[in-house]
Write a protein that binds this ligand. Sequence first.
Ligand SMILES: Nc1nc2c(ncn2[C@@H]2O[C@H](COP(=O)(O)OP(=O)(O)OP(=O)(O)O)[C@@H](O)[C@H]2O)c(=O)[nH]1
Ligand SMILES: [Mg+2]
Length: 315
Amino acid sequence: MALFKKADKNKYLHGFAKTNDSLGRKLRFVTENKKQNKEDFMEQLMITLIEADIGYQTSEMICDKFFTKCQNYYYLFAKDIMYFLGETFRDVYYEKEDDPIVYNEDGPTVILMVGVNGSGKTSTCAKLANRYLQEGKKVAFAAADTFRAGAIEQLDKWADQLNIPCIKGKDNQDPSSVLVDACRYAKENDIDILICDTAGRLQNKLNLMAELEKMSRVLGKEIPGAPHDSWLVLDANTGQNGLSQAQLFSEITDLNGIILTKMDGTSKGGIIIAIKNMTGLPVRYITVGEQLDDIQDFDFDLYLESIIGDLQHAK
Ligand SMILES: Nc1nc2c(ncn2[C@@H]2O[C@H](COP(=O)(O)OP(=O)(O)OP(=O)(O)O)[C@@H](O)[C@H]2O)c(=O)[nH]1
Ligand SMILES: [Mg+2]
């Protein structure tokens, strides 16, 4: 992956610029305040973490682990504190190792994109397709959002732009039947990656959630193991509500990853640690804008660097 070219790295860090500006800056402010005692410091740290949407439970866990790391030191400089904080974030994030992305070795890999309305599913389908095309893969779309007027056309337009097939039905058609057609097309045409766009559904709308369950079942009947990847597309700006979305969608379908969108517009990038800690779901990709190439692999080290700064430097 060419991610570590300097230009890519700068672009990546730019996606977290707002998080750095809030969480990073506040952490530096808290750590550099020499007048406070330990209790004040821990209280300020906890507030800062919660404000960055890390959530109460995960923030408390971070504070406890951080405190344990530091307790044997009589005095710590701000850069040491930042270093230990970085280590603590990493420990909490990697408490559960990220499973690798699943690819089907024996036929099309089916990716199901799910999420609430407007989270960025359709545009992320296009961004992902663009990446897979650049890797030389044969890609197709399944337009399984038959619910919202205009949704099929939206995906179809992307397909035209990318010059890939889009298998679609009619408005209000059962989305599962579109998926059956798409799977058959993918098998007959040696498609490597079938990306299935679905309708936005609120986690508390039971009929739509039941529909999702059916879609997963139907895909599995057409292609063994499908959907190989079910990714929940979450708008990073929704903060703690994203956590509840992740928990409720997980109950309905076997999620195995999260795509966090609109990172360019949020200062609350702390949600990444909260989601991983509370659900065990890894963040696969982040999106940082509306252009086709505004998608990046999630890289925890660069994420950490964007908050804490260069850790080598901090030590
Ligand atoms: N700034 C920014 N905007 C984004 C990003 N990802 C998506 N958007 C915008 O968010 C809006 C909604 O995106 P869609 O892809 O249509 O979302 P959706 O989940 O398919 O929406 P529904 O089909 O209505 O459920 C669009 O205007 C996108 O251009 C991102 O990373 N950054
Ligand atoms: Mg859509």
